[in-house]
Design a protein. Structure first.
Length: 228
C-alpha cells in the first residue's frame, strides 16, 4: 500500500485536466407508510480517488477506517468537495431540487475500494401523480459521476417503473458519455390525495432546496478544460 501511495502522488502531480475524481453512485429509496422517508446514497470511488482516500486516512494501513479515521475523512475530505449540495439532485414533478442536509455518513473499504455512504431525508408522498428522478453530478466538472443503480426498499414496497434517462448536458464517465437520471414512476394506487390543480406545490422539505437550472449549482462552465 505504501509503494502504491508514493506512485499515486507522482502521477497526480501530472494530472491537470478535469475531472480529477470519478465516482459510481447507487441510490436506495426507503419507503415507509406510503412515504419516501429518504434516499441512501453510496459512492464507489474509482481510480486514484479510492487509493488517495486510503493513503490519506487509513493511517495504520489495516484496510479499515476506524471511527476516528472516518471523522477525519468526513471533515477534511468529504465536506471540502461535497458542499453545498452533496452532488445530489432530484426532480419532483416539474421542479428540481438539491440536497442541503445529509445524515449517517460512513466510510468503508470494501474489496480494496473505498465506499462513502450517506442518507438524504425527504418525507415525500409516494403517488402515481408525483414521479421523481434522481442523479448525481458536479456542475464544476471536478468530479465525474455515473449512476449504476436505483433500488427501492419498503414495506409494503410500491409498484414502480424505473427508467434511466440520459442528460446530454452533463458529462460523465458512464457508458452513455453523459449523466443519467434514475426516473421512478409509481404505478399502484395509494391513499394519498394530491391537488388536481395545475402547479401543485410540494410541501416544504428542509433537506432539499429548489434549484434554478441557470444557476452555477446546476451546471457551470469549466474554467480549465471544458467538458471532460
Amino acid at each position: 500500500m505504501l509503494i502504491a501511495c508514493i506512485l499515486m502522488y507522482g502521477n497526480v502531480i501530472q494530472a491537470f485536466a478535469h475531472p480529477h475524481q470519478w465516482v459510481d453512485a447507487v441510490f436506495t429509496l426507503l419507503i415507509q407508510d406510503e412515504l419516501l422517508d429518504g434516499i441512501q446514497v453510496d459512492w464507489y470511488l474509482l481510480r486514484n480517488f479510492s487509493l488517495d482516500m486510503q493513503c490519506r486516512y487509513d493511517h495504520d494501513h489495516d484496510g479499515v477506517f476506524s471511527p476516528e479515521e472516518q471523522i477525519e475523512l468526513y471533515e477534511s475530505a468529504f465536506l471540502s468537495i461535497a458542499l453545498p449540495t452533496y452532488y445530489f439532485h432530484m426532480r419532483i414533478a416539474d421542479k428540481q431540487y438539491a440536497s442541503t442536509v445529509i445524515e449517517n455518513f460512513s466510510a468503508a473499504i470494501i474489496h480494496g475500494e473505498v465506499v462513502l455512504s450517506f442518507y438524504v431525508p425527504c418525507k415525500l408522498p409516494v403517488h402515481p401523480k408525483l414521479p421523481l428522478a434522481i442523479t448525481a453530478f458536479d456542475g464544476r466538472n471536478y468530479t465525474s459521476f455515473d449512476v449504476l443503480d436505483c433500488r427501492i426498499r419498503g414495506s409494503p414496497e410500491p409498484k414502480s417503473k424505473l427508467e434511466f434517462i440520459p442528460d446530454l448536458s452533463i458529462p460523465s464517465h458512464g457508458s452513455d458519455g453523459c449523466a443519467v437520471w434514475a426516473q421512478l414512476t409509481f404505478t399502484d394506487d395509494t391513499t394519498h390525495s394530491l391537488s388536481e390543480e395545475p402547479g401543485f406545490i410540494l410541501p416544504t422539505i428542509s433537506s432539499l432546496v429548489l434549484e434554478d437550472e441557470g444557476s452555477s449549482i446546476y451546471l457551470s462552465t469549466n474554467p480549465f478544460t471544458g467538458k471532460p
